[in-house]
Design a protein around this ligand. Structure first.
Ligand code: ADP
Ligand code: ADP
Length: 227
């Protein structure tokens, strides 16, 4: 079964705006997949529905065969999410943020602490573990959100514009890290981006979304061959 399967997904916001016009999408297990499109195309809305943050108007979404309408509580264990924007509470420490996530997913402290140490070390944040998350640089905050999303070992990692506004050096190291978890751990990754270059350098398959419709769904190799 696919890691993610979307059928006939429609979203009409409360103001009457139709952000998604009945999209279909399948992402296979182990894939590194880009949802590519300009600002306003419907990328965040799509991810929002998958994460159950946005209520859909019509259609269905399954994560590893689990219909999110029937059992989101179960589906969410398969899912790690790195949102585009985040607000940390004023006094939250770096380590506490990832440990709180582990608690939320029912991990014991004995299991969570080594996992947190490994992720924060890999992402260059272990030295900052006792610091206030609000004091981190933008790039560090993003890496912290990645560590947080990976704590419970999700099989599907979803990142919304992970490198928007990030400088080129950090972007490269984030790309390297994402490649590693896709290749070494077999984690399925879906990211949204408006950079073709990002999809090109990281992803195997791509869907292009425009004005709430998927206008292309192909391999990155095929897409580049046509340009
Ligand atoms: P839903 O239909 O999912 O309940 P709403 O339409 O109620 O969502 O909007 C959620 C929030 O997003 C509201 O606070 C709304 O003001 C805000 N919002 C409205 N228009 C936009 C827009 N174009 N882009 C982003 N956020 C918006
Ligand atoms: P993308 O992530 O591709 O930039 P979004 O999914 O954020 O696109 O937005 C798709 C469209 O829906 C945009 O036109 C946006 O302004 C609109 N939109 C997003 N959120 C809301 C909202 N809460 N209420 C009304 N319109 C919204």
């Amino acid at each position: 079964e696919p890691a993610l399967s979307i059928r006939g997904l429609t979203k009409v916001y409360a103001n009457g705006f139709q952000a998604l016009k009945g999209i279909d999408l399948d992402v296979q297990q182990g894939d590194f997949f880009a949802l590519l499109g300009p600002n306003g195309a419907g990328k965040s809305t799509t991810l929002g529905v998958v994460c159950s943050l946005v209520q859909k108007t019509a259609g269905s979404v399954s994560i590893f065969g689990i219909d999110i309408d029937k059992d989101f509580a179960k589906a969410k264990y398969q899912l790690g999410v790195v949102p585009q924007e985040f607000n940390f509470n004023q006094f939250e420490k770096v380590l506490d943020i990832v440990l709180a996530q582990a608690g939320y997913y029912g991990m014991s402290t004995r299991e969570a602490l080594p996992r947190a140490q490994q992720l924060l070390t890999d992402l260059g944040l272990w030295e900052k573990r006792d610091g206030n998350a609000r004091m981190l640089s933008g790039g560090m905050k993003r890496r912290l959100m990645i560590a947080r999303a990976l704590m419970h070992r999700p099989r599907l990692l979803i990142l919304d514009e992970p490198t928007a506004g990030v400088d080129i050096e950090l972007r490269r190291s984030m790309w390297e890290y994402m490649r590693r978890i896709n290749q070494d751990e077999g984690t399925t990754i879906i990211l949204t981006t408006h950079y073709l270059e990002e999809a090109e350098s990281l992803c195997r398959n791509v869907a292009i979304i425009n004005d709430g419709d998927i206008v292309r769904n192909t391999s990155v190799r095929q897409l580049l061959a046509e340009l």
